[in-house]
Write a protein that binds this ligand. Structure first.
Ligand code: AMP
Ligand code: MG
Length: 422
């Protein structure tokens, strides 16, 4: 028989020449560094932005000693002795925002509201509910402690203290914290610019009339939405046909105008997949057979200064590879000091799932809470990498690790929920 050789493919049990998903991600992360510059923005526009410099408190919080309850401010020397009652003269009232300037004298109490500044000399507050009031006199027993119910100045935050480190993604709570310092503008990382295009002679723009043997572009819209949601500035470069010259021009234009380039399609071994050839000429790009389903072919590297991600063409594969590989890379490129939490949890799977050892398989799952409060997951059904409905119906990825074999109903699987609270 004549010699006959084939290439490894995603249909092989043992995918020769494949990188594991973890190796592929590690290689990508090692090859990139933060790219973002910074800019000053109003605090009201800063949620979800990445803090570019640490926030140091310019004030003590609280700024002054104040009462933690509604009650009576007194001097600790006037606390009642054991088994006795203390009787004090109420000389006035302080409410929040209106300080009392004359110092308290022994034998006196001032009625005080929550948050109001403590008068000088006063160091203890007796809760309103714990006194008996008769005209201008209050009486209370010996159960109270010196210093109780008073919030000290600087108790939450001291002046000069770093309260937020650079490189965090700002949450509503952190926006509130910065506001509590009275700061109106903050320095955040500038948005990354991302050039995005689809490739393929068969791909149509939305709004175009349908054509025989063609399909509408969905990748540019799913990726564009995901990138915008992350705060990237998306440069939509449209659809580039499978034509070497046009691809070359598009890559060069993208590299000149963006920090990062995303393409989909054209990275497999198909006849019309020129992307490889052109990228080999224009940049330093590797083509990886990653042991992951869906999403096996991924191209990654640089074109000039721009970081290049060549994701697969299939609409599900493009989203899976975006979230499993590009997202952690974007987090680093954007200047996050720590990856965001995308917590995995182990959840009981209510159905069997076919799985082959030796590659990571990412299924689209529906995670739901049972009547007993426990969580359970099932797949969205058909998992073909062209079936975008499987992504749109899902609320979680089911991550079946490299070494894992088939899943039996009732076994635990790793699940990554799509949504977080903040
Ligand atoms: P390719 O890797 O270019 O061979 O594409 C793999 C499959 O994904 C083919 O069936 C393409 O038609 C499809 N595909 C490629 N790009 C897109 C796109 N932008 N939107 C929807 N489907 C696409
Ligand atoms: Mg193609």
């Amino acid at each position: 028989m004549n010699s006959f050789s084939t290439q490894s493919s995603c249909a092989d049990t043992n995918e020769l020449g494949s990188l594991s998903a973890q190796q592929a991600l590690n290689n990508m992360l090692q090859a990139i560094n933060e790219k973002a510059g910074d800019e000053l923005v109003p605090l009201t526009e800063a949620v979800d932005r990445i803090l570019a410099e640490p926030i140091r408190s310019t004030i003590d919080v609280p700024a002054h000693r104040n009462s933690a309850v509604d009650g009576y401010a007194i001097m600790q020397g006037d606390l009642a002795k054991a088994d006795q009652l203390s009787s004090l003269l109420v000389t006035g009232q302080v409410v929040a925002g209106h300080p009392e300037h004359s110092p308290l004298q022994p034998g006196q109490a001032i009625q005080i509201m929550t948050g109001a500044k403590m008068p000088d000399n006063a160091d203890t507050v007796i809760m309103q509910e714990h006194v008996e009031r008769d005209g201008q006199t209050i009486r209370f027993d010996a159960r109270h402690r010196a210093g109780q119910n008073v919030r000290q100045a600087g108790e939450d935050i001291q002046r000069g203290e770093i309260i937020l480190a650079a490189g965090i993604k700002l949450s509503p709570a952190q926006i509130g914290l910065i506001a509590s310092l009275g700061q109106a503008e903050i320095r955040v990382k500038a948005a990354l610019s991302v050039a995005l295009f689809s490739t393929g002679d068969e791909i149509l723009n939305i709004g175009e009339a349908p054509r025989e043997a063609c399909i509408y572009d969905s990748n540019r819209y799913s990726l564009g939405a995901a990138l915008s949601k992350l705060g990237c500035k998306v440069l939509d470069m449209g659809i580039i046909p499978d034509h070497p010259e046009q691809l070359r021009e598009a890559f060069q234009l993208a590299a000149a105008n963006a920090d990062i380039i995303f393409t989909s399609g054209g990275v497999s071994v198909g006849e019309a997949d020129y992307t490889k050839q052109i990228l080999a000429e224009t940049g330093q790009v590797d083509f990886w057979k990653v042991a992951i389903k869906p999403g096996r072919p991924i191209a990654f590297g640089h074109i000039d200064e721009a970081v290049f991600f060549g994701l697969p063409g299939n609409p599900v594969a493009v989203m899976v590879t975006f979230y499993q590989f590009a997202l952690p890379c974007l987090e680093k490129l954007m200047g996050l000091s720590q990856p965001l939490l995308h917590p995995n949890m182990e959840v009981k799977c209510s159905q069997p799932i076919a799985k082959r050892v030796g590659r990571t398989e990412i299924q689209r799952g529906i995670l739901s809470q049972q009547l007993d409060g426990s969580w359970q997951v099932k797949t969205t059904g058909k998992q073909g990498s062209g079936i975008l409905r499987s992504m749109s119906q899902a609320n979680a990825f089911i991550i079946l690790q490299h070494e894992r074999g088939p899943v039996k109903a009732g076994e635990y699987v790793t699940v990554q929920a799509f949504s977080g609270l903040f």
